[in-house]
Design a protein around this ligand. Structure first.
Ligand code: OOB
Length: 556
């Protein structure tokens, strides 16, 4: 060994692997197949070479990075064989630039089809993508580049009215390890992504227990953390999700949420679609107008949204006239879908609803096709894998009975054992026997279905009384004109915190007195009633579209 670790060896510093005995068990029981994640695409190309993989848009029928088809009259969609070849050329191109297997590359792309050859190119070269969201800005990108020790940053030239090349100029000036900026579109002072594809003979051998990619934690406090997902665990995550969601080669998946997020990426998302030979379309604007047009144009069968978007889509069916009849499954997750809103989905959109309660850290819960309407509308599903271990515990770490509220702890074949390079944080976020403390409050039914009742920290402490924001919001949503509701704690000299409720309404804003009377009539305890009521045109959202409580509290 030389004294200076090479990039290829040091990527495992600060990675917390699965313990050997459990890993062996996951392999023996067939959860882990020992195959690199990049093989999902190779396998699909062998099985379905001529099936459409990436669907183009009317103004951009063929994505960049994919060579023009050999036959001039070929269909506009990119086939699996073409996508596979493009991913190989990207892999050789990254290596030719001097980016080595094990190096980290920050990827920040909007929802465009080019995301797929870039991702698979990196995976096949053994280079580790750090998947950031389009909404991340200097603070996050600088932090994630440093934490991962990334050597390159992949961006699109612009998206909406934001120029990522300006951000890249700022970040390369401060993040010490970034050597390359690769740009989709007009590169400006940097390197064009479409100038790098290259031919080559061999790609590196990949150890399936090694890190495949890094996801960014969705945590609402502090700077994001990195979640290293292995080839074994993420392949299982995507394939098993595709199986549970009954994806087939006939499915058309629409990536509506930012595709770097675990939900549209692998639950079953893009990777699950690749694993089953379906087609993919990419939406950069999730407004009902553009989403519904995309559903009609591509005959989309499956997509995933967050609850605020599901609500917006339901309302929009009143005026949007696009044909949504191809849609068979609407996955809703990422935050709690109130029962009243869940019950609206089927009549408004005419699709099957699936609730998904997941986390970038691993554990996924899905409602299943065979579940009753009540289970689908009132629970957030049950674990994906028979090997998922779930404990629901009280404040002392003791398991509570079914139906009782407690914190969800979990470990399993696709749940992380520690955040990347975060030992201090890990000592708090994991139990000594390796269970991840999710911070989510849930109740488990005897069937194994979970009902999410809130976050341990999403509680307002009003003069010593704890108020669950989720509970209060559910009641507020029952008020006729209320479309969205969010409760936050705001500082108060006497009580410590008091309750501030933000409402988005269709019609006249109720007064505080009207709301208090309504909630009291619903049987809510007096100490839980809002002290302050504020009207909002819209609630601020996080990078993936969940309601941003931090921003609201600051406004309170
Ligand atoms: C998904 O992943 P993240 O990492 O952005 O956020 C995870 C957290 C969970 O711990 C929970 O607090 C919340 O988001 N959450 C839900 C939920 N789904 C996620 N809370 C209530 N109900 C739900 N259905 O958000 C994510 C990852 C993969 C699939 C789906 C969502």
């Amino acid at each position: 060994m030389t004294s200076t670790p090479t990039a290829a060896t040091d990527h495992r510093d600060g990675f917390v692997p699965f313990p050997a005995d459990l890993a062996e068990q996951y392999r023996r029981n067939g959860y882990w197949a020992g195959r690199p994640l990049g093989d999902l695409l190779g396998d699909a190309a062998r099985q379905w070479p001529d099936r459409p993989a990436l669907l183009g848009e009317p103004d951009r029928p063929r994505p960049e990075l994919i060579p023009a088809p050999a036959e001039p009259n070929a269909a506009p969609a990119v086939t699996y064989a073409e996508l596979d070849a493009a991913a190989d050329r990207m892999a050789h191109g990254f290596l030719a630039l001097g980016i080595a297997p094990g190096d980290r590359v920050v990827v920040q792309l909007p929802n465009v089809p080019e995301f797929v050859p870039v991702l698979f190119g990196l995976l096949r070269a053994g280079i580790i993508p750090v998947l950031t969201l389009p909404a991340h800005r200097r603070a996050e990108i600088d932090h994630l580049s440093r934490l991962s020790g990334a050597v390159a940053y992949v961006i699109a030239d612009r998206f909406g009215d934001f120029d990522y090349r300006t951000l890249a100029t700022e970040v390369t000036a401060t993040a010490p390890t970034l050597r390359h900026v690769l740009v989709l579109g007009d590169p400006g002072a940097f390197t064009a992504l479409n100038s790098i594809p290259a031919d080559g003979d061999s790609l590196p051998e990949i150890d399936a227990s090694d890190i495949a990619l890094m996801l960014v934690s969705g945590g609402t406090t502090g700077l994001p953390k990195l979640i290293a997902r292995t080839h074994d665990d993420y392949t299982y995550n995507a394939k098993e999700s595709a199986r549970v969601c009954e994806l087939t080669p006939e499915d058309v998946y629409l990536a509506t949420l930012p595709v770097a997020h675990n939900f549209p990426l692998a639950c079953p998302g893009v990777l699950g679609t690749v694993a089953t030979g379906g087609a993919m379309a990419f939406l950069s604007d999730p407004s009902p107008e553009s989403a519904f047009a995309a559903v009609e144009r591509h005959r989309v069968t499956v997509t995933a949204v967050v609850p605020p978007l599901a609500q917006l889509w339901c309302v929009a069916t009143e005026w949007e006239e696009a044909d949504l009849s191809s849609l068979r499954l609407l996955q809703v997750g990422g935050a709690r879908l109130a029962e009243v809103n869940a019950r609206e989905v089927v009549p408004a959109l005419g699709v099957r609803l699936q609730q998904v309660f997941g986390m970038a850290e691993g554990l996924l819960n899905y409602t299943r096709a065979e579940d009753s309407d009540d289970l689908v509308c009132t629970t957030q599903g049950r674990p994906l894998s028979p090997a998922d271990e779930v404990r629901v515990v009280d404040g002392d770490g003791e398991e509570v009975a079914d139906g009782e509220e407690g914190e969800l702890l979990t470990r399993g074949p696709y749940t992380l054992r520690g955040y990347y390079r975060a030992p201090e944080h890990n000592s708090r976020s994991f139990t000594p026997d390796g269970f991840y403390r999710s911070g989510d409050l849930v109740r488990r039914l005897p069937s194994g279905h979970l009902m999410v009742s809130g976050r341990i920290k999403d509680v307002i402490n009003r003069g010593g009384e704890n108020i669950s924001c989720d509970e209060l919001e559910e009641h507020l949503l029952a008020y006729p004109v209320v479309r969205h509701a969010a409760a936050v704690g705001i500082p108060d000299a006497t009580l410590g915190e008091k309750v501030c409720a933000f409402l988005v309404v269709d019609g006249d804003m109720p007064t505080l007195a009207e709301i208090k009377t309504f909630l009291t009539e619903r049987g809510l305890a007096t100490y839980k009633l809002p002290d302050v009521l504020r009207q909002a045109d819209a609630l601020p959202v996080t990078a993936v579209g969940k309601i941003d409580k931090k921003a609201l509290a600051a406004r309170g």
